[in-house]
Design a protein around this ligand. Structure first.
Ligand code: IMP
Ligand code: MG
Length: 171
């Protein structure tokens, strides 16, 4: 096991406190990236002491496995304009950076008042496209992780902790 439940809860509390301070007096327009960020976003929103709007987007960059395709497609878009909104993207993990660099570029074009990124996990060793999160839960080594929303071929999302997938060579 890599990150136990209690550690996740503690860190998310801290992130919520920092975000509440940084956005004092404002409302946060949270964009939750489906599906992996749902667990994290729900906990984070509860720890933010400000009005939080929650909207959802779905972006596809992975085929059912662990290898990034590099191609990013928005498969579920927002229904409203971002004009003048304080947008906080909530992501489960930044790996190669393909997904977030594409998304930041696209959402930046929609004239939000501000655009920031909060990720539960960051795997900087794997970065191909430069992306920096404004808020990071944990920086982790180059391991494929599951749980707390993260999946391996749609499995293990509901584990309450973050664990590492052991990749066994097929004989
Ligand atoms: P990126 O575009 O390579 O940065 O990938 C981001 C997406 O890849 C995340 O939103 C996850 O869905 C998926 N991903 C990357 N690394 C992992 C991992 O270790 N476990 C599960 N999903 C991952
Ligand atoms: Mg995924």
């Amino acid at each position: 096991m890599m990150i136990p439940e209690q550690e996740l809860a503690k860190r998310i509390c801290e992130l919520g406190r920092t975000i509440s301070e940084d956005y004092a007096g404002k409302s946060i327009y949270m964009i939750v990236i489906l599906k992996g960020s749902v667990f994290f976003a729900a906990e984070l929103a509860k720890r933010i002491d400000l009005p939080v709007f929650m909207e959802f987007m779905k972006v596809t960059s992975y085929e059912n496995g662990t290898v990034s395709s590099g191609k990013v497609t928005i498969t579920l878009d927002l229904e409203e304009s971002l004009e003048g909104k304080d947008v906080l993207i909530v992501e489960d993990i930044i790996d190669t950076g393909h997904t977030l660099s594409c998304l930041l570029q696209e959402l930046g074009k929609r004239n939000p008042a501000s655009l920031r990124l909060c990720t539960l996990l960051d795997k900087p060793e794997r970065r191909v496209t430069p992306v920096n999160a404004d808020y990071t839960g944990f920086t982790i080594p180059d391991k494929f992780v599951v749980g707390y929303g993260l999946d391996y071929a749609q499995k293990y999302r509901n584990l309450p902790y973050i664990g590492v997938v052991e990749m066994k060579e097929e004989q």
